[in-house]
Design a protein around this ligand. Structure first.
Ligand code: SF4
Length: 407
């Protein structure tokens, strides 16, 4: 039986801005998911028995805050009314932050909504890609939203997309986060994905740049203890490298329905959320059915799911056979294999070379520099606990921010 861990809901495809690297094909559409569709979704999700105690719900794939607060009050009421005893649900938003006001802060606090804000660094870097439809930069309004979250005591993290320019500016990026009191940082790379084909990574030695960026950023964090609480890429890599020998590397993106995505019309997909909205004759546009006309549990038997699963597994098996990083990666992200290599049945991508291989190299290199004895005990579990302290002066926070979430 599938185990559903994460449900990604597109409340609307509409976005109030038009980032140059955005992968969403329908971001001009102002459609809004209906109350009935949400009720159909959650009643079937909870009835399926696929949720094991906790379900994370991310409202994403469009700008969630273009909808009124009352939309989410009603949506959360629907979820609460349908939720069985013994299951808890955590909601979160990924937003560009431009619409955050005091009313939103009140709601986020009251409903304990997790929030990630997309900001790509200081103004001159952020405004290169994150633009309004008329081509104006969005930094001023995004940073105003971040400052309001801080003033109101709303906990948040940021996601910054790294492109060729900010990769060259680790110190400037670090100073920006510190000056704005941003404590939790996630980096995405500008990928070839969906309707966006990355160009900035086509030139130069992006792997060397990425490694230098992460290395210098981590060094700065270590040299300034207490400034950052969480660097997702580093903290996740430490957890993967230092896990017990027999612990399996979980890769929820290759398990059917572990990540389930629903678009504004009720169409259901799984594996990488970005697949929802892509076209494919071979896999039936990656759509398994519609929650308003199909039974969720029946979707597990759809032939196109079987075809996707077979090919994704074949790609993971190739990774297992060929890649020395498999034990810390678990076979990568299907959508990146598809976008970069043209098939799930493949292995290496630029994305995995950066976000898996080079970051793992960085952590292994830090481990090599640890003293054999002294403040750090030699048992692997103790090293895992102490490595963040030794290299950046604080404990690693929990792995609670989904690695795939786009910027
Ligand atoms: S790092 Fe890349 S090639 Fe290696 S297992 Fe992961 S996806 Fe496959």
């Amino acid at each position: 039986m599938p185990v559903m861990e994460l449900l990604v809901i597109q409340p609307t495809p509409f976005c109030n801005i038009n980032c140059s690297y955005c992968y969403l094909p329908n971001r001009h559409s102002k459609a809004v998911v209906s109350r009935e569709t949400l009720a159909n979704l959650f009643s079937q999700v909870f009835a399926s028995g696929w949720v094991d105690g906790f379900l994370s719900v991310v409202w994403h794939a469009g700008e969630p805050m273009v909808l009124p607060i009352e939309f989410y009050r009603e949506a959360f009421r629907i979820v609460d009314a349908l939720k069985p005893a013994g299951v808890s649900v955590g909601h979160s938003f990924q937003t560009n932050g431009m619409l955050i006001d005091d009313a939103w802060c009140d709601f986020l606090i009251e409903q304990d909504v997790g929030i990630g804000v997309s900001v790509d660094g200081p103004k001159h870097l952020h405004d290169r890609h994150r633009l309004t439809r008329s081509g104006q930069g969005t930094f001023d309004r995004t940073i105003a939203g971040i400052r309001r979250l801080r003033r109101r005591g709303v906990r948040f993290h940021v996601i910054s997309v790294l492109s060729s320019l900010n990769l060259k500016a680790p110190a400037e990026m670090f100073d920006f986060y510190v000056s704005e009191g941003i404590k939790e940082v996630c980096f995405n790379v500008e990928e070839s994905e969906g309707s966006h084909v990355s160009s900035s990574f086509a030139q130069g030695d992006v792997e060397a740049d990425y490694y230098r960026f992460m290395s210098e950023f981590w060094r700065l964090s270590s040299a300034n203890p207490g400034k950052l609480d969480f660097i997702r890429e580093i903290d996740h890599a430490i957890q993967q490298v230092m896990r017990p020998r027999d612990a399996i590397t979980a890769n929820q993106l290759i398990e059917p329905f572990a990540v389930t995505s629903m678009d504004v019309a009720g169409n259901i997909s799984t594996f990488s959320p970005e697949l929802l909205g892509l076209k494919s004759e071979k896999y039936g546009d990656y759509l398994l059915g519609n929650i308003n006309t199909d039974r969720l549990v029946d979707l597990a038997g759809r032939p196109n799911l079987g075809n996707m699963q077979r090919d994704i597994r074949a790609g993971v098996e190739l990774c297992r056979q060929q890649c020395q990083y498999f034990s810390v990666c678990g076979g990568g992200e299907p959508v990146n294999k598809l976008s970069e290599n043209g098939t799930f049945v493949s292995t290496e991508t630029t994305y995995c070379r950066l976000t898996r291989k080079r970051v793992t190299d960085l952590v292994l290199s830090a481990l090599d520099r640890l003293p054999p004895s002294g403040s750090c005990a030699s048992a692997p579990d103790d090293i895992a606990d102490n490595l963040p302290d030794l290299v950046r002066g604080e404990g690693s926070t929990a792995s609670r921010i989904e690695p795939w979430v786009g910027g």
